[in-house]
Design a protein around this ligand. Structure first.
Ligand SMILES: [Ca+2]
Length: 198
């Protein structure tokens, strides 16, 4: 009888033991799964970071190419496009390249743009500026719609801007030492794109 009891207890212990082992194997598999998921998530995050960094590098490289081809001034690079186009076509070209139509903000920037245009496009040329008074006559705004603070209108010989409603875009003239004239937006002119650099 004692022997029978012993064997029964032994079998019971074996059963409990095997069931415990199964539970712990299941638990280990579960742990393995969550560890694998975490590793996959970490890898996905790293891939995302690498792609982001690669895109930044591509942008920097494109900007360096622009700056090498064009000219670098404080905070921005200018790149000339001698092909004559309407204001809107030229502006679209600059945006497509990741820049915007050149808009000098100071007298110094205007001088540097003027010198660059003389060297790259020609001594008797005009280029579009990134400003217009299309919405409100006489109220000149930049490409983002903000009021233009720095202006360099020609006012000694003629009294610019003098075109009224028929001239709502503006050009910088190299024959007038970098002074500005208002002009019809539909006329075709050369242009310069500017790219902000950090
Ligand atoms: Ca006007």
């Amino acid at each position: 009888m004692e022997t029978k009891k012993f064997w029964m207890l032994f079998c019971l212990l074996l059963l409990v033991n095997s069931s415990l082992q199964q539970t712990s194997t299941k638990k280990r598999n579960g742990e393995k799964d969550s560890a694998t998921n975490a590793a996959i998530e970490e890898l996905q995050k790293q891939i995302k970071d690498i792609v982001h960094e690669m895109n930044l590098l591509k942008e920097q490289q494109a900007l360096q190419t622009v700056c090498l081809k064009g000219t670098k001034i404080l905070g921005k690079c200018f790149l000339a496009n001698p092909v004559k186009k309407t204001f809107h076509a030229a502006s679209d070209d600059c945006i497509a390249k990741g820049g915007s139509m050149s808009t000098p903000l100071t007298g110094d920037e205007n001088d540097q743009l003027y010198n660059y245009v003389r060297q790259s496009i020609g001594p008797e040329e005009q280029i579009w500026l990134g400003i217009n008074d299309i919405v409100t006559e006489g109220h000149w705004v930049d490409q983002s719609g903000s009021s233009v603070r720095f202006k360099n209108w020609e006012t000694e010989i003629t009294l610019q801007p003098d075109g009224g409603h028929s001239q709502n875009c503006a050009v910088l003239s190299t024959t007038a030492n970098g002074k500005w004239f208002d002009e019809s937006c539909r006329v075709e002119k050369a242009s310069v794109c500017e790219f902000n650099i950090v």
